[in-house]
Design a protein around this ligand. Structure first.
Ligand code: TA6
Length: 281
């Protein structure tokens, strides 16, 4: 049964030489790239839930633009506690460009599941090696867990890119009214609990709800999240898209990112974060 429902494949879409794993459960399928430990596709019935850039590449140490990138152990540029020597470090951590290993696979009548792991040595602020584990469970939903049992300061984000049919009709809700606006660098108090997209949006919402909904024309995605202390909502809009090499000029109309994250650096507690996707409910 494992062989039928969990298969290795080389290539996904235009990324024709990428090592991937395909999961199936009933009519649902998911594809995970070993490069980045990154879910690239989730098709619950017929429609693709996730967005992958047609210009995404994985060569030359480039993170794949789309799907669910894992940002770890820092989010955005590494802050000074995580980068004491002020080195030049990649945005969003180091595991987006590493090859992960398949360590477990399991099928039963409730789900199809794989576990991937990556071991990281030589973090600039932590001398021991650290292992990060990604569990992807496909059932009536797609559940993504990221865990690290080691004690160290760490941030994490599941930086999910969602396919949307119409950006101008897309709402993300409910969100706290208060957010950090990364576009202006200011702390903002909005008038609603909904994010809409009429210009560049790059917002960090602290202590959001466990349940968030993306509503776009006739499509719906329900995001359930656990272990988080923040949700990030991002759409680069037109000008920024032009400056991002692996986005075509109008690609910003096709996706929004809604990211489940743990960003506070007040504890060295082990990490356990989950984002579950329920589509078309
Ligand atoms: O999560 C939003 C964000 O941090 C934005 O500021 C934006 O630049 C984006 O992630 C993409 O980052 P990347 O390193 O993938 O180009």
């Amino acid at each position: 049964m494992v062989n039928e429902r969990i298969s290795h494949q080389i290539g996904f879409n235009h990324l024709c030489d990428l090592p991937c794993i395909k999961l199936q459960f009933g009519n649902a399928s998911a594809v995970i790239s070993l490069y980045g430990g990154q879910v690239l596709s989730y098709v619950p019935k017929a429609e693709e839930v996730l967005w992958l850039s047609p210009k995404a590449t994985w060569h030359n140490n480039t993170p794949i633009r789309g799907g669910v990138p894992v940002c770890w152990p820092w989010f955005g540029p590494a802050e000074s506690r995580l980068n004491p020597m002020q080195m030049s470090l990649p945005n969003h951590g180091v595991v987006r460009t590493m090859l992960w290993q398949l360590t477990e696979q399991r099928c039963n009548n409730k789900y199809t599941r794989v576990v991937l792991a990556v071991t990281v040595n030589g973090l600039p602020y932590h001398s021991d090696s650290v292992t990060l584990q990604l569990t992807v469970t496909l059932s009536d939903t797609l559940s993504i867990d990221i865990a690290c049992a080691d004690k160290l300061l760490q941030q994490v984000a599941l930086h999910s890119y969602f396919n949307i049919p119409m950006l101008e009709q897309t709402l993300v809700q409910p969100l706290p009214q208060h957010y950090l606006d990364k576009v202006s660098g200011k702390s903002m108090m909005g008038t609603t609990t909904t994010a809409e997209f009429t210009s560049e949006v790059d917002r960090i919402y602290q202590q959001p709800a466990d349940d968030i909904h993306i509503i776009s024309a006739n499509t719906r995605v329900h995001i359930k999240q656990h272990g988080h202390d923040a949700t990030i909502v991002w759409n680069p809009w037109q000008d920024k898209s032009r400056h991002i090499n692996d986005l075509a000029d109008n690609n910003y109309l096709e996706f929004v990112c809604v990211e489940t994250a743990r960003l506070q650096l007040d504890t060295e507690a082990p990490l356990q974060l989950n984002q579950t996707l329920i589509a078309g409910y």
